[in-house]
Design a protein around this ligand. Structure first.
Ligand SMILES: C[S@@+](CC[C@H](N)C(=O)[O-])C[C@H]1O[C@@H](n2cnc3c(N)ncnc32)[C@H](O)[C@@H]1O
Length: 320
């Protein structure tokens, strides 16, 4: 297979990215996007691979040129987007025509007890946080996930419910990432006082005892895997346009290559596909300030520790 450009949205500390790395090829490119820059630091350290490019970005406003990727994956992230339809529309936009996106989300709490029981115990104690807690299960309806893909313009849409068995050596091993706050529900757990945390732990431990087999926790977990292909050329949004938009888009690549050459310190391969998340317009790289400038949006996006922070709330107003 030729070299591939893959985008892992909501990459977190790179769980899905790690799995994608072997398929991208010798000069392929794997971009990990996440709204939390701290997660990306973790991903970069974990993957430790020059083909991995972390970018801080909101999955609902991706800072990439149309048709940049050969595949988009998003594992356990889409359900947290305030507007998942917008997220999927963005996945479709940044895919090359005919290329696929695959999304993995959690099923209902009863079909995913490893998270469902903790969510239930927390929701009862902090009812005002129940909505946030339940976000983890927000896309558990396969019909809804399918409609979201179709409405985003994907073709050949499939949604399957996949069950797998998950074995953890002990309850303590299961609890360790919760105690260290890995994930949105554990973060809410950590906001409780110590006595309440202990009570939640005991409650979940009792509930999980029915899954203990030979001292190990053996649980079945259901996930939904949704996938679809981006519009093919017969539905090409540029077809029939007389405003020369396609030429503008194609020329952008040349323009950016020039900027990239002048600024060898910033990854030119990444610079070629990066765009303003607000206007989708070209960016200029300011090597002195370490910023990516979007003139039409009047914003400068910082680059921190070589990670472009393409988030509007992190950007500086140019006029100011
Ligand atoms: C449960 S983690 C999943 C991480 C990883 N994909 C995995 O499978 O382990 C969810 C991730 O989604 C990210 N996230 C939440 N909202 C997001 C958004 N609007 N855009 C991009 N990432 C987002 C979080 O920062 C977090 O890293």
């Amino acid at each position: 297979m030729p070299d591939q450009r893959v985008l892992d949205v909501s990459t977190g500390i790179g769980e899905a990215a790690l799995a994608a790395l072997p398929i991208i090829g010798a000069s392929g490119m794997l971009v990990g996007a996440d709204i939390a820059p701290a997660m990306l630091e973790g991903a970069r350290e974990r993957l430790n691979n020059p083909h991995f490019h972390p970018v801080a970005a909101d999955g609902q406003a991706l800072p990439f040129k149309n048709g940049s990727f050969d595949a988009v994956v998003c594992q356990l992230g889409l359900q947290f987007f305030p507007d998942p339809a917008r997220g999927l529309a963005e996945f479709q936009r940044v895919l090359r025509p005919g290329a696929s996106a695959a999304v993995c989300v959690i099923s209902t709490p009863d079909r995913a007890p490893m998270w469902g029981l903790l969510a239930e115990a927390l929701g009862r104690r902090i009812p005002e946080q129940r909505q946030v807690i339940n976000l983890s299960f927000a896309l558990a309806d396969p019909r809804r996930l399918r409609s979201l893909f179709i409405e985003a313009g994907f073709q050949d849409v499939h949604v399957e419910q996949v069950e797998r068995e998950d074995t953890t050596e002990s309850f303590d091993e299961y609890w360790e990432p919760i105690e260290s706050g890995t994930g949105s529900i554990p973060q809410i757990y950590l906001s409780l006082g110590e006595a309440e945390r202990r009570a939640v732990r005991e409650e979940v431990k009792t509930q999980l005892s029915r899954f203990v087999s030979n001292g190990r926790l053996v649980m079945r977990v259901e996930m939904l895997i949704g996938r679809g292909s981006a519009r093919r050329p017969d539905n090409d949004p540029y077809v029939g346009r007389s405003d020369g938009l396609r030429d503008v888009v194609q020329n952008e690549t040349l323009e950016l290559a020039k900027i990239g050459d002048q600024n060898a310190s910033f990854d030119s391969q990444l610079l070629e596909i990066l765009r303003c998340p607000v206007t989708n317009a070209l960016l200029e790289y300011d090597s002195v300030a370490g910023e990516l400038i979007s003139r039409p949006a009047d914003l400068a996006f910082p680059i921190r520790d070589s990670i472009p922070i393409m988030l509007t709330d992190a950007a500086r107003k140019l006029g100011g």
